[in-house]
Design a protein around this ligand. Structure first.
Ligand SMILES: [Zn+2]
Length: 434
């Protein structure tokens, strides 16, 4: 169902984000950030392709002062109100044409407030954390904030004592007088919300030897406790590669911010934890597994519309249970029985396939999403189930997916119809028996 006033260019849950008429292919961002005064000056160069003749078009951008907009090098007129930068190029852009939009902007970046709290660019005690799920990307760069993927080049300059991490491969680091410019390239297609910047006084450490590069940026004083709590990361990675297929990026970076965070957050090839997620007893190891699993489910395979969020969170939660079993803890079946019992004790209040924008991050979506996968595994058997998972991650690598596509793919791995199973678990409110 598309809400009134929305068109297909926007998300059914976030109809105010995203813009129609074109598709972004590449973002080139040049940012200068002053940590102490929290000032950001930026130049964005956005390459897009027109899906229709464009006499005007819009970008999403938060509370910055925009000084200039150019389209294909020519000054364009613009207005900037309520998060929308509306641009009128000097000449209409023909259908199918590739065009470049340059936006110069600056100011004090502030997170975007909404039902999920403050999302996006967040000033820390001594640095920056960016966590944009689902609609925080315009808090730091002009974008078409939909679940549509593009490549990125981000060049960010900050005072030299700080380490700057951006989701992507570091391709250059140039040290000037007092400031260092860090250039990161993200060649895998990436949704704007999964782009992230982390700035802090970090020490960089290796997380695992051999295989996929896994490294971390941590406050130096937490080195010992981090080494213990993340000590099994290489095993988690190899377990997931065996179960889910090849890791979809060149490397994985864990950032531990020197602040407390409610929940860790995933970005492309990156996950961000709070110092409160370390305690020297691996209490939060399930979250370590959860965030890594999002690299397959959420980041490489991104939902085409937020209503399919169970595909991200159901898989990431099921990955926690799979790691529990692989690491000698309770089996995935025991975890499923435990959570089924807990959900049964509460009133069922949502449908997993379309929980509604207010409940997209409801724990019931996570746990019941995982239970759906366990029920499916029970029905079709281990070999077809993990064959399905690897086919799913392989065929849709670096693209967008829907719940309907997953159901169709699952059906290919089952000799009997699965409609009853998916209807009961995903489309109805009442919790089915396990
Ligand atoms: Zn998650």
């Amino acid at each position: 169902m598309t809400p009134p006033g929305a068109d297909h260019s926007t998300d059914s849950y976030l109809p105010r984000n995203g813009n129609g008429g074109y598709r972004v292919l590449h973002y080139d961002l040049e940012l200068d950030y002053r940590v102490v005064s929290n000032r950001l000056a930026g130049r964005a160069n956005i390459t897009a392709q027109a899906g229709q003749t464009l006499s005007r078009f819009s970008l999403d951008l938060g509370q910055f002062r925009v000084s200039e907009v150019r389209v294909d090098g020519r000054r364009a007129t613009f207005t900037h109100r309520a998060g929308k930068l509306r641009i009128k190029p000097e000449k209409a852009i023909p259908y199918g044409a590739t065009f470049k939009t340059e936006v110069r902007y600056g100011g004090t970046p502030v997170p975007i407030s909404g039902p999920w709290g403050d999302i996006g660019w967040d000033e820390l005690t001594d640095g920056v954390l960016v966590a944009s799920q689902p609609n925080g990307a315009p808090s730091w760069f002009p974008c078409n904030d939909r679940l549509e993927k593009a490549t990125f080049l981000v060049k960010l300059t900050a005072a030299t004592p700080y380490t700057v991490l951006v989701t992507g491969d570091l391709v250059a680091r140039r040290r000037g007088a007092g400031a260092t410019t860090w250039t990161y390239e993200r060649n895998e297609p990436t949704a704007p919300y999964l782009m992230s910047v982390q700035i802090g006084r970090y020490e960089q450490v290796e997380l695992a030897m051999g295989g996929i590069t896994q490294r971390a940026a941590i406050p130096p004083r937490l080195r010992t406790v981090f080494r213990h709590d993340f000590g099994r990361h290489a095993q988690i990675m190899s377990t997931f590669e065996r179960l889910f297929g090849p890791y979809p990026f060149r490397e994985y970076v864990v950032v531990v911010a020197d602040d407390d965070l409610d929940d860790p957050v995933e970005a492309q090839g990156m996950a961000v934890f709070g110092r409160n997620h370390l305690d020297g007893r691996r209490t939060h190891e399930r979250l370590v597994a959860h965030e890594l699993a999002h690299q397959w489910f959420g980041n490489s395979l991104t939902v085409a519309d937020w209503r399919h969020i169970w595909l991200n969170e159901g898989f990431a939660t099921y990955a926690e249970w799979l790691w529990s079993e692989a690491s000698g803890g309770p089996s995935a079946r025991a975890c499923a029985i435990n959570w089924h019992g807990r959900l049964r004790a509460q009133p069922a209040h949502l449908t997993v396939a379309n929980p509604g924008v207010g409940r997209m991050f409801d724990p019931a979506v996570y746990k019941r999403g995982a239970l759906t996968l366990h029920a499916l595994r029970d029905r079709i058997g281990d070999e077809p189930f993990f064959g399905l998972v690897r086919a799913w991650t392989g065929e849709h690598r670096h693209s967008t997916v829907t719940g309907g596509q997953f159901r169709a793919e699952a059906q290919r791995w089952s000799a009997t119809p699965l409609d009853d199973l998916f209807t009961a678990w995903l489309d109805r409110t009442a919790l089915p028996p396990l």
